[in-house]
Write a protein that binds this ligand. Structure first.
Ligand code: ZN
Length: 255
C-alpha cells in the first residue's frame, strides 16, 4: 500500500476488504508484537437505530464482583491476570535500576511492552465474551452513567484500572449495537440505596453488607443484583416504558 510520507509499504493482509466498501483512513499502530495498519472503511447504507424491545437487563459494575445483572447473574473479576500483573510489577521495579539509554534498559522495556500486551489482549477477549453472553438474551441493556476517569482517580484507583470498566462499557455498547440490542446509560445516584421492589430508600449500606434486605417490603437479594434491578427500572421508567413486574430474579452463586 502507498502511505503518505512513507511511500510504498509492504503489508500482510489479514482479511479481505469487503465489497462495496471504500478505504477512508489508514492508521499505523505500533504494538509490542509489531506494526499494524488499521483501515477505516466506509459504506453507503442506512443503519437503523435498534428500537427498544425485549428483555430489559440492568447492569451494576463493582469491585467486589466485576458485575451483577438484574437477572441475578454475578460475574467475578477474572483472576487469570493476577500472575502476569505480578510479573509486570516486578519488571517495572527492575527498570529503575537500569541506566538510561543502556541496551539492557531497552531490552527490558521491550519485554515489559510484550508482557503488557499479554495482559491486555486476554482481558479484552474476556470482556468481549462477557458482553456477548449478556447481550445474547437481552433486548435492552442499561448501565450506570459513571465517568470512569474520575472513578480511577479516587479511592478505587488501582482496582478500577485493573478491571478496565471503561473499556468494558464501550465494548458492551458496541456488541449491543451489532446485535440490535438497545443500550442506554442511566442516572447512577443512590442505585445501591433504593429497594428495586418498592422504591423505599434503605439508606447507605456498610461495605461488608452484601445483602439487600428491604425493611419496608421484605424483598431480599444480593446487594449488587438489587442495584442492577434499580438501574433496569430507571432505564425503563426514563422512557415511560412499561415496567415488567415478573417474579424476582433468583441469584446464581452465593450471597
Ligand atoms: Zn422494598
Amino acid at each position: 500500500m502507498k502511505l503518505p510520507q512513507l511511500g510504498i509499504v509492504e503489508f500482510i493482509k489479514s482479511r479481505e476488504i469487503p465489497n462495496g466498501f471504500v478505504v477512508k483512513q489508514a492508521r499505523i499502530v505500533r504494538k509490542a508484537s509489531g506494526y499494524f495498519v488499521m483501515l477505516s472503511l466506509e459504506c453507503d447504507v442506512n443503519v437503523p437505530q435498534p428500537v427498544a424491545h425485549g428483555l430489559p437487563v440492568g447492569i451494576d459494575l463493582g469491585l467486589d464482583k466485576f458485575l451483577a445483572t438484574s437477572e441475578g447473574k454475578l460475574v467475578k473479576r477474572p483472576k487469570f491476570l493476577a500472575v502476569e500483573h505480578r510479573k509486570l510489577k516486578l519488571l517495572q521495579r527492575r527498570l529503575k535500576n537500569k541506566k538510561k539509554g543502556s541496551s539492557n534498559r531497552h531490552k527490558l522495556t521491550r519485554k515489559i511492552a510484550r508482557l503488557h500486551q499479554r495482559v491486555t489482549d486476554p482481558r479484552k477477549d474476556w470482556q468481549f465474551k462477557l458482553a456477548h453472553s449478556i447481550a445474547k438474551d437481552a433486548g435492552m441493556i442499561f448501565v450506570e452513567d459513571i465517568d470512569f476517569r474520575v472513578w480511577a482517580k479516587g479511592m478505587f484507583c488501582k482496582h478500577t484500572l485493573d478491571a478496565g470498566f471503561g473499556q468494558f462499557i464501550s465494548i458492551l455498547s458496541w456488541v449491543c449495537w451489532k446485535q440490535g440490542v438497545h443500550f442506554e446509560k442511566v442516572n447512577k445516584d443512590y442505585t445501591s440505596q433504593v429497594c428495586p421492589n418498592c422504591d423505599f430508600h434503605t439508606g447507605k449500606k456498610a461495605l461488608d453488607n452484601r445483602v439487600h434486605n428491604c425493611p419496608e417490603c421484605g424483598y431480599t437479594t444480593h446487594r449488587d443484583v438489587a442495584a442492577a434491578q434499580v438501574i433496569r427500572n430507571r432505564g425503563l421508567s426514563a422512557e415511560g416504558r412499561f415496567v415488567d413486574i415478573r417474579p424476582l430474579a433468583k441469584v446464581s452463586g452465593a450471597l
